[in-house]
Write a protein that binds this ligand. Structure first.
Ligand code: SAH
Length: 471
């Protein structure tokens, strides 16, 4: 199933002409490696004896393509590290531990050392598709700030800001609301030093103190701070939190129903020295503890379950957010692909815009999982009596109710043909469902609408009433 935005980006900000298509036919040819490369010389010649016959096997002219050679490629640091954990632990590790190491291992995790977004990267996200996405999130934050009584000081926190594009568009889009932008202290929660640098650049920051990880964004004159976790963000100030495609990167445990009860899917190293999935011989402590998630699933849901995916990190994070919002005021907006139901088995790996094997070359592909929205709602309500949870609703409803149609019309009034095509394609990717019916360009660049696959949920302090557009 298609989950992240895998198609050619709609050439945000007129990038279209220079970007090669991601699914060009030539790059898909499975035979390209069998071209006229010279055959490697072989001196081997063997005689094999069978009862009654003698077959002479001459390997001197046998062509061995590189991919069939038995020379294994050297192991990456991350592969060695994962194998050593499994070895010294004396057995397999959970899928959650594998996912966490693969994505955020400080030395070699997928996110840690490079820009993974866009046409040249591994996947594309909504803020990279169109400036309208960040602008609409800006509308949401200004509306909630109004409902909060226009506080003079607000912490605007973004979890996992990627390239910082959403925040840059939000600041540009809200720059006319001076009272709002002047109230902001931006806090970016980002584990990747490489992405922190990109965020610094894209927010046009000037350094104030690199020791304190603080700068000023010249987009709106706002102070910007960086942190590794939400806990590090100072509390005691009304807070707005944005989490776009952050939850899907948080580690999940996977459980499977068996005759021995709910056992845990784990990652081990096989005799061929490759990673493989195994099932725990009996329920693990995580299985015993986390399967509680299912007690508040509906009976119909529970009956059908054979596999379950649960993210305790997502629940902890939500509790931290809800406590903060419950005591300091404000709200959080979570947008991600997921379901308003328990998740069965959604973990996926994406490299260079294609789905690949989860266990293949860890650290070189993104791992992500569907977000379990009911577990977020439940965790928030459990953590604080002072918050209310709204949604989920589809991204299409969310952006539509906030007025994206008016925004796209306004932008279309003032652009050339190329920009108009890019705007329409981007708009469709954000709010459409499936292939764009109006598309006349190359098939492989057809915009795919993700408006119903992505869901939006808000957690707000009850004093703020119901947030737009959930009324
Ligand atoms: N919100 C961005 C990027 C989404 S990708 C967008 O929509 O374009 C996930 C982001 O979360 C990346 O910036 C990644 O480095 C960051 N991230 C992933 N796991 C994290 C963790 N455990 N702690 C902090 N940041 C994390």
């Amino acid at each position: 199933m298609l989950r992240k935005l895998l198609t050619q980006p709609s050439s945000r900000r007129l990038l279209s002409s220079g970007i090669p298509p991601l699914f060009s036919k030539s790059s898909l040819s499975p035979f390209s490696s069998l071209s006229s490369s010279p055959e490697p010389p072989s001196s081997e010649s063997t005689t094999v004896e069978h009862p009654g016959t003698t077959i002479s096997v001459d390997r001197s002219s046998l062509y061995t393509p590189p991919e069939h050679s038995h020379e294994s490629t050297p192991e990456t640091e991350l592969v060695k590290h994962l194998k050593s954990i499994i070895k010294f632990r004396g057995g397999p590790i959970s899928v959650a531990e594998y996912m966490e190491e693969v994505l955020t291992n400080p030395k070699a995790g997928f996110y840690m050392n490079r820009d993974v977004f866009g046409a040249q990267g591994d996947f594309i996200t909504s803020p990279e598709v169109s400036q309208m996405f960040g602008e609409m999130i800006g509308v949401w934050t200004v509306c909630l700030w109004e409902q909060m009584g226009r506080p003079e000081r607000v912490n605007l926190v973004e979890l996992g800001p990627g390239r910082g594009t959403l925040m840059a568009d939000l600041l540009r889009g809200t720059s006319k609301f001076r009272n709002f932008t002047e109230s902001l202290h931006i806090h970016l929660v980002e584990c990747s030093p490489a992405l922190q640098k990109l965020q610094h650049q894209n927010l046009k920051c000037t350094d104030e103190s690199s020791l304190e990880k603080k700068a000023i964004s010249s987009l709106a004159g706002t102070p910007v701070h960086w942190h590794a976790t939400l806990e590090e963000v100072p509390s005691g100030v009304p807070t707005l939190i944005i989490a776009h495609e952050f939850y899907d990167a948080l580690p999940v445990h996977q459980f499977q129903k068996s005759s021995r009860g709910w056992c845990e899917k784990m990652v081990d190293v096989g005799e061929d020295s490759k990673f493989r999935f195994v099932l725990s011989p009996q329920p693990t402590p995580a299985a015993l503890y986390l399967m509680k998630r299912c007690t508040w699933a509906t009976p119909e849901e529970r009956e059908k379950l054979e596999h379950v995916e649960i993210s305790p990190k997502s629940m902890d994070l939500t509790q931290e957010m809800a406590k903060r919002i419950g005591s300091d005021g404000g709200g959080a907006l979570i947008i991600d692909y997921g379901m308003n139901a328990i998740i069965s088995d959604s973990l996926q790996a994406i490299r260079k815009h294609k789905f690949v094997n989860i266990l293949d070359d860890p650290g070189s592909a993104d791992l992500s999982a569907y977000v379990d929205f009911p577990s977020i709602k439940h965790s928030a309500e459990e953590a604080s009596e002072n918050v209310s949870v709204h949604g989920p609703m589809t991204q299409s409803q969310f952006l539509g109710s906030l007025g994206i149609n008016f925004r796209v019309d306004a932008l279309l009034q003032n652009c050339n043909d190329e920009q108009a095509e890019s705007l329409r394609a981007g708009y469709w990717q954000l709010v459409g469902d499936g292939e764009a019916p109006f598309w006349e360009g190359p098939d492989e660049q057809t915009p795919i609408g993700m408006g119903t696959r992505y869901l939006a949920m808000a957690i707000v302090n009850k004093n703020q009433g119901i947030p737009a557009p959930f009324q």
